[in-house]
Design a protein around this ligand. Structure first.
Ligand code: GLV
Ligand code: MN
Ligand code: MN
Length: 415
């Protein structure tokens, strides 16, 4: 089976450093959807794809796509990709590795003038993390035709609507519908991503094949009490929203501890007015609950909501719970799992199957086409953290498995 050139891993790592240098924050990597930094990352990635001989387009949500034509005009493409947005204080590899592996595959084909019966498209999704607007998968949902236009009115923490952010990004939000692809356009979607967990490292393997991805629910909760003087209002007469939130957060940990695979996280909290001598009058916080089994997740979500309501009743707080993301678990395509497994078997001694606790664009793309996911080992399983780290050898291996999977898939489905 063909492999990428020996220096392709080093080139991937150099490009990851170039992308990681494009950050909103002076220290660490933060690149949220539709920011000037996202613009620079898209433009840099578009340049690399043009240099590889691809025709490049950017759709109205900000997905940038390069196309390397095949020999048959009418054949559906094989799409390779991941995302270019990041969390706050992110690692460098989450998302970036996948888009660069797709590009490396095309560069390999272009270097020898090889064309497959399918075109290859490489896509860098605009938003997978959902950090800026608390709604994930904005990019892939536009491609599958599932983008909810009412999201355009949602505000970020600075009061900027998604519509205005997209206009400033150079887009016409009215055209988002035109980003949708038809099922017959895409034969398969394939993604390489860091594992973001410790299993591959523990097993001494560089890559693995994913069989399914956990479902997730995200909620934004606002508790409203009454602000007051920290020195004068007796403890028994307070309606302290932050103490109410603390009670809820402790309960979320308790409810989500126990069932295997169930996890619950409060990752963001904002107490207002936010002064040391003022009783907090209102508090907003996020909740993220995930499980491989949808029933387990849904039961936990209901238990958490019930608990929040009872805390608010007891403490005389008003409550608003906004479910901003609700994605069921998703199985990867069985035929693609076979193709990926065959490619892995030719590169390493053992094929390991894994499930993913993290969300990926594969979940949404699988609504439109067969979708598959290749995991690459990361040090200590650490992710969503500046300490995220992989080796050039493993990056090379991930891209090589992607290339071999593409070739095997193109062979099996040649027109
Ligand atoms: C994406 O990284 C997620 O939150 O799973
Ligand atoms: Mn992520
Ligand atoms: Mn990711």
């Amino acid at each position: 089976m063909p492999t990428l050139s020996p220096n392709a891993g080093e080139l991937l790592m150099q490009r990851i450093e170039q992308l990681a240098a494009i950050s909103e924050s002076e220290h660490g990597l933060t690149r949220r959807f539709a920011t000037p930094e996202h613009r620079r990352a898209n433009d840099l990635f578009a340049d690399w794809m043009k240099q590889a001989g691809m025709s490049v387009q950017e759709d109205a949500i900000g997905n940038v796509t390069g196309r390397y034509e095949g020999t048959t005009d009418s054949a559906p493409c094989i799409m390779l990709g991941s995302h270019l947005d990041t969390v706050v204080m992110a690692g460098k590899y989450d998302g970036m590795l996948g888009v660069l592996c797709g590009l490396a595959c095309v560069e390999h084909l272009a270097a020898s003038g090889q064309r497959l019966s399918h075109a290859i498209e490489v896509i860098a999704f605009a938003d997978e993390e959902g950090v800026r607007y608390h709604s994930t998968f904005l990019g892939s949902r536009a491609v599958t035709g599932e983008f909810d236009l009412s999201l355009l009115d949602r505000l970020d923490k600075d009061g900027i609507s998604m519509r205005d952010a997209l206009i400033a990004f150079g887009k016409n939000p009215e055209e988002i519908g035109a980003a949708a692809r038809q099922p017959g356009d895409i034969a398969a979607y394939l993604e390489v991503h860091i594992e973001q967990g410790p299993v591959l490292e523990q097993q001494g393997l560089g890559v693995g094949v994913v069989t399914g991805i956990a479902g997730a629910t995200r909620m934004m909760v606002t508790l409203t009490g009454e602000a007051g003087h920290a020195g004068t209002v007796p403890m028994t007469l307070r309606r302290d929203a932050l103490v109410g939130a603390a009670d809820c957060i402790a309960a979320i940990e308790k409810i989500c501890t126990g069932p295997v695979d169930l996890v619950g996280t409060v990752g963001a909290i904002d107490a207002k007015p936010g002064a040391g001598n003022v009783i907090p009058g209102s508090v907003g916080f996020s909740i993220d609950i995930r499980a491989a089994e949808d029933e387990t997740r849904n039961t936990a979500v209901e238990a958490v909501k019930d608990h929040i309501k009872s805390v608010c009743e007891k403490r005389h707080l008003a409550v608003d719970i906004d479910t901003v993301h609700d994605e069921p678990s998703e199985a990867c395509d069985p035929a693609l799992i076979e193709h990926i497994s065959g490619a892995i078997a030719s590169c390493q001694p053992r094929v390991l199957t894994l499930t993913s606790g993290a969300g990926h664009d594969v979940m949404v793309m699988s609504h439109l086409t067969a979708a598959g996911l290749i995991f690459v080992r990361c040090a200590g399983g650490i992710s969503h953290n500046p300490a995220e780290s992989i080796t050039a050898e493993d990056a090379w291996l991930g891209a090589t498995v992607m290339l071999q999977t593409v070739l095997s898939l193109a062979d099996a489905t040649a027109h």
